[in-house]
Write a protein that binds this ligand. Structure first.
Ligand SMILES: [Zn+2]
Length: 247
């Protein structure tokens, strides 16, 4: 089987870069691509303020969900309060990992209450900075959110009671068989990035699936030693890349 791809946009909130988004959305629509939209329920992170808040934000989110796009819960306020890397283990900053269960429950309940108030279903979980722990996962499962878009695996798998749909890439590139999620942060996207995005979507369109299609595989296996080894190697490669970039 050849490689399949999923597209994900993070940091979706009322003050995101709508100018950039207005150039990206038509590309997705033209190719029938149904991305994962990681929506921050109550953004307080100044880094995610790219302009004025749009008044009809939640109507836009509902419209995406109505056309089969995946709406993921992207944390609560997108504020990092701990130095824990959590289960995925790539960034030492988190809104959840390492916090007491009562605090995490409170944050998740508030986050989900915003979605409920706005008539939006949480189809999946996307942790800010990939950082969440076993407690977060347990609370998500209790709240009925059992799909996680995260993990450096090659395939969707079952782990700790949830269905993990891996996220490993930040731009399209040819990959071997497996499911690869390409994650975008579109704030500040200029001409070059928009053109590259459009070209990549056009080139890869026939191999891009929705989250529902990725989860509909005939058999989704349990997390095993090979998956753990792949994730460890991927994490090490990412760390090396960051070190080189910083040098
Ligand atoms: Zn984020």
């Amino acid at each position: 089987m050849s490689a399949r791809y999923l597209v994900r946009f993070d940091d979706i909130c009322p003050t995101m870069d709508w100018r950039a988004w207005s150039r990206l959305e038509p590309v997705l629509q033209a190719h029938g691509v149904k991305p994962i939209m990681a929506v921050v329920p109550d953004n307080r992170d100044p880094h995610l303020v790219a302009g004025e808040a749009v008044p009809d934000f939640w109507a836009r989110v509902r419209a995406w969900q109505a056309q089969g796009w995946t709406i993921a819960l992207h944390g609560h306020q997108h504020l990092y309060t701990t130095r824990e890397a959590g289960l995925v283990g790539i960034n030492r900053r988190s809104e959840f990992a390492g916090l007491p269960e009562t605090t995490q429950r409170d944050k998740l309940q508030q986050a989900l209450a915003v979605f409920a108030r706005e008539g939006v279903r949480a189809d999946a979980w996307v942790a800010p900075a990939h950082a969440f722990d076993a407690v977060t996962l347990k609370l998500l499962l209790e709240a009925g959110v059992d799909v996680v878009s995260d993990g450096f695996y090659r395939r969707p798998l079952r782990h700790l009671g949830a269905l993990w749909v891996p996220q490993q890439l930040w731009r399209f590139r040819p990959m071997p068989a497996g499911l690869w999620t390409v994650c975008y942060h579109c704030n500040g996207f200029g001409d070059a990035q928009v053109e590259r995005f459009a070209g990549d979507i056009e080139r890869y369109a026939s191999r891009i699936v929705s989250l529902a299609e990725a989860c509909a595989a005939p058999r989704i296996g349990d997390h095993n030693g090979l998956d753990a080894a792949f994730a460890a190697a991927w994490r090490a490669a990412l760390r090396l890349k960051r070190l080189r970039a910083a040098a």
